[in-house]
Write a protein that binds this ligand. Structure first.
Ligand SMILES: [Fe+2]
Ligand SMILES: [Fe+2]
Length: 303
């Protein structure tokens, strides 16, 4: 798969998309807690047949809260990473500089957007939900890895937002309209980010020796392992939040199913859906056949 991405078009597209956080949440724009927030392909609550419909919606909303937190968290390392990437090019190509500065500004806006949704969630849901963190420590730990690894992680994240929206949100009429609107507006700006990430991965890879590329792939897997550990911890937080929110204590067998299904659902949501995106696979393929094979071997664990 080849691409036609370039800085000029990405900049033009980003300038056409203009929305404010205030247009999406706040005032009359409230979350509807009678509806699910995430499509079931991400939440996978329907696989948990020991929960009734109401309980499934509650768990779906807890996962929706986790989605807000996770994207809020990843934007915390994407923002400084993009600024570091653009810094040495400030006197270079005008389109490139402006495209990356818009990218950074949009990520700052998304952090604000996810924070606002979290506030609304906390007001309306009624039960406090924990999330892994703190975000700045996780962000620091991610940024300590090879820049090509961080760029690949970022690339996967941006493409996954595209897959989430086009494959399971856009035509879904059952979701809360406000949450759906948030996913849609995020998707609109993330398309340009994914294209810029593709160019960023190519630019960083062009400066790397074959040994550095191997190092970066190793680092990517380390970051993936770190995220997976966080998702396992998050599954415990979600189980706890679910029991507090519903007043129901799950049996040992039900808890085991909950852990298995929900951990794998989060692996798909935050790792597998990015790693299997055709554009991500194409970018990885350009790093070499061995690298492509490594990713192809690992991805099924997260699907
Ligand atoms: Fe974003
Ligand atoms: Fe982004």
């Amino acid at each position: 798969m080849t691409h036609q991405f370039n800085y000029k078009d990405a900049l033009a597209a980003s300038e056409k998309v203009t929305w404010r956080v205030e247009d999406i949440i706040g005032g009359e724009r409230k979350l509807d807690f009678s509806k699910p927030f995430l499509p079931d392909s991400l939440a996978r609550v329907s696989d948990m047949t020991f929960l009734d419909r109401e309980e499934q919606i509650t768990l779906n909303q807890i996962r929706g809260h986790g989605y807000l937190c996770m994207f809020g968290l990843v934007e915390e390392f994407i923002l400084p990473f993009v600024l570091d990437h653009v810094q040495p090019t400030l006197h270079g190509d005008d389109h490139q500089v402006r495209a990356f500065l818009n990218f950074a500004a949009e990520e700052a806006k998304h952090i604000h957007l996810f924070n606002r949704f979290r506030e609304e969630f906390q007001k309306g849901f009624g039960t406090p939900c924990d999330f892994v963190g703190p975000a700045d420590e996780i962000s620091k730990a991610v940024l300590a890895h090879h820049p090509l690894a961080v760029a690949l992680v970022t690339l996967g994240i941006e493409w996954m937002t595209q897959k989430h929206f086009t494959e399971s949100v856009r035509d879904n009429q059952t979701l809360d309209p406000q949450f759906k609107s948030m996913l849609k507006h995020h998707w609109m700006e993330e398309l340009q980010h994914a294209q810029l990430d593709t160019l960023m991965v190519e630019a960083i890879a062009a400066r790397c020796t074959p040994e550095e590329i191997d190092q970066a792939v190793e680092d990517y897997m380390k970051i993936g392992g770190m995220v997976d550990g966080a998702l396992q911890q998050q599954t415990e937080f979600d189980l706890d939040a679910f029991e507090r929110a519903t007043g129901r204590t799950l049996t040992q067998t039900e808890q085991d199913v909950f852990r298995g299904v929900q951990h794998q659902a989060m692996r798909w949501t935050f790792l597998g859906s990015g790693m299997t995106h055709p554009q991500f696979v194409a970018s990885v393929g350009k790093l070499g056949d061995g690298v492509k094979q490594t990713f192809a071997n690992v991805a099924p664990n997260f699907c």
